[in-house]
Design a protein. Structure first.
Lengths: 405, 249
């Protein structure tokens, strides 16, 4: 059979019933558009979460005091006060591949300068903290290991804290009173935005952990220890070594639960993106349902078309069309409908995502891959739902088809 | 031209099955048609002439018996093989023209070539369709769709479509059934002209005066051939067209 005239026939048959073709294609347009937009939203959310996880730093292992199941009492991360400064020093000393360790204590309190005051979070850290979290300063300088050793009254502050207290003034060199202790501000951190949990990461004061423990929170245990590993290939080994080191240091007998929790950044990322991945699949599936409904619309119209054109099919068979020729002709018609609908749907989907990210400020991410899959899927819908009507046409008896009124 | 026999039916039966009942439509027809004949197949409705026509046109297969077309047994071929035979050897003309609507005369005439195994360029296709349309007197109307053509012109497009693949035999099923008498004569004039050029024509009709344009009349009744004779006084459509026909006025 000649293919070009067959496309021509399909094109003309579709144009003959313009409104009907447009409405049928609309089902696919909406389906494909919805798939593109929904998957775009899901992927956008996932990419955002991933970027935020990456902002934790690179090759980081987090050790929290307490375990989620310590002797039946669920104390949660950071709640048990089992991590000591000496634990951090032991990790620094004994675990191979470690390039940075930051002891962390966290408290919240009122800070004041001049006649301004602000309630914020105080992070006590080591001097490695800024490297571990890849968090450079936008102005000034970080505190030094010497400041940590001497528990000096110095700190750096986040952008939000800076604007809340000092407005447009330059905070560097100013005195910030925390629990009535004057701290000298050494620098301002670059803005980091919201965390995956929606916390403003820039609303922060970072100071040597020694100063924080001695002058602000008064505790003697660490909330957590941030460890950075130089070679990503060593993270798993380092994680195991930290666990056995801490079990040994805490005198935990075999068979008893840890009184600390060790998480790699990858595990945290895994957990955080799982939600958005499920959301992407769910959104895609719901949109996929509308694509299937569109496909049923195609099947419906193709069945009508086969009935309407029974005589034409009879004539074509009488002049020598084989069953396969008729099948191909109707399949091409169905696939033309669905793939033209698919192309328009892709444009609509991209447009809808652009509108959503512009006006609703939802992050959307449309990949070439999802466009290709949506298009192939729409063509497949045409083949799948066009096949039954096309086969019905091909199986017609030429004599009865010619006699059909 | 081998032995000159184009169509040979040997004891052909066709029985339809409706539930438990067996309805015989053709009950043992043997018929031989030579190349270049113009034969009219006649009979009342229910006589089995349409069924026989469907078998001759390779649209249907006989229940028993043999059908040789162009010295090849076609009675046992499958659907696709029959489609190829129809495409290469048979041209159909129907009572209701059966042209594709909203499709130009040229494209209607081209239709069999779309399913042909010959590979023709678009230009060749067009050239051939225009030539065959001109041969049935439709030069200048190639681009008209059926809705802009009279009944007679539509039937000529159908004849052009039947001829485009140079078939062995032209099968016409009541070709004048939907036409007025003057136009019917015009169509018969075309048939006689084609027949003179050597094309074999088998025409089903129930009208005695239309059958009179053929050379040979075969009459069927109750599924068998009851009469087979040469037309004694053949009508000549061309001469009739030269003089005004009282019947059309």
């Amino acid at each position: 059979m000649r293919i070009a005239p067959t496309f021509n026939v399909a094109y003309r048959a579709l144009r003959r019933n313009k409104m009907r073709s447009v409405l049928t294609a609309l089902g696919i347009i909406i389906g494909v558009g919805a798939v593109i937009a929904m998957v775009g939203i899901g992927n956008g959310a996932k990419a955002q979460v991933e970027a935020q996880i990456a902002s934790l730093g690179q090759n980081v292992i987090l050790i929290f005091s307490g375990s989620t199941t310590s002797s039946g009492i669920r104390t949660g991360w950071g709640g048990a006060g089992t991590l000591k400064i000496e634990d951090a020093e032991a990790i620094r000393r004994e675990v191979p591949g470690v390039i940075g360790v930051s002891e962390e204590v966290v408290s919240t309190t009122q800070v004041a300068a001049g006649n301004q005051n602000w309630f914020t979070r105080i992070f006590g850290e080591s001097a490695d903290y800024f490297d571990i979290r890849q968090w450079p300063l936008s102005d000034g300088a970080p505190f030094t290991p010497q400041d940590v050793r001497s528990a000096n009254k110095v700190c750096v502050i986040g952008r939000t804290t800076a604007t809340q207290i000092y407005g447009n003034e330059n905070p560097i060199g100013q005195i910030l009173r925390i629990k009535n202790v004057p701290f000298t501000i050494l620098g301002v951190l670059t803005p980091k935005g919201l965390s995956p949990q929606g916390v403003d990461q820039d609303d922060i004061v970072v100071m040597p952990y020694t100063s924080a423990m001695k002058r602000v929170s008064g505790g003697t245990t660490l909330r957590n220890i941030n460890v950075q590993i130089g070679d990503p290939g060593q993270i798993a080994a380092a994680q195991q070594q930290i666990i056995s080191l801490l079990r040994q240091r805490h005198n935990i007998r075999p068979g008893r639960d840890d009184d600390f929790t060790v998480r790699t950044q990858e595990e945290i990322a895994e957990a955080a993106t799982a939600t958005s991945r499920v959301m992407t699949v769910l959104l895609g599936a719901i949109a996929g349902v509308s694509l299937v409904v569109g496909g049923i619309g195609i099947m419906n119209i193709m069945l009508v078309s086969v009935t309407e054109r029974t005589r034409e099919i009879g004539v074509r068979m009488a002049v020598g069309a084989r069953g396969n020729d008729i099948l191909t002709q109707f399949l091409i018609e169905a696939v033309t409908l669905s793939s033209v609908g698919g192309l328009i749907g892709i444009v609509c989907g991209i447009g809808a995502s652009a509108l959503l990210s512009t006006y609703a400020h939802w992050p959307t991410l449309i990949s070439i891959g999802s466009i290709a899959i949506a298009f192939l899927f729409s063509a497949a819908v045409g083949i799948f739902f066009g096949f039954y009507p096309a086969r019905k046409a091909a199986a017609l008896d030429p004599i009865e088809a010619l006699r059909y009124e | 031209m081998k032995n000159g026999s184009l169509v040979k039916l040997i004891d052909v039966h066709k029985t339809y099955r409706t539930g438990e009942m067996e309805v015989p439509a053709v009950r043992g027809v043997s018929l031989e048609i030579k190349r270049g004949e113009f034969l009219a197949l006649m009979g009342a409705s229910g006589s089995g002439k349409s069924t026989l026509m469907n078998i001759l046109g390779c649209l249907d297969r006989p229940t028993s018996g043999s059908y040789f077309l162009d010295n090849a047994d076609v009675s046992g071929l499958d659907r696709d093989q029959l489609a190829d035979i129809r495409n290469r050897k048979i041209g159909f003309v129907f009572q209701s023209f059966n042209l594709l609507p909203r499709t130009s005369a040229r494209e209607n005439a081209e239709l069999p070539l779309v399913y042909s195994t010959q590979r023709l360029s678009h230009a060749q296709l067009r050239e051939r369709a225009d030539r065959v349309l001109a041969s049935v007197g439709l030069a200048g109307r190639e681009d008209h769709p059926p809705s802009q053509l009279s009944g007679g012109q539509q039937q000529r497009v159908a004849i052009a479509r039947a001829l485009i693949n140079d078939p062995e035999v032209l099968l016409a099923d009541e070709p004048t059934g939907n036409l007025d008498s003057r136009t019917s004569v015009e169509i018969m004039a075309i048939f006689q002209q084609l027949n003179e050029r050597g094309i074999t024509i088998i025409m089903v009709t129930h009208e005695q005066d239309i059958a009179a344009y053929a050379q040979r009349n075969v009459v069927m009744r109750d599924g068998v051939v009851v009469d087979d004779r040469v037309v004694p006084q053949r009508s000549d459509a061309a001469t009739q067209l030269e003089q005004p026909l009282p019947s059309t006025l």
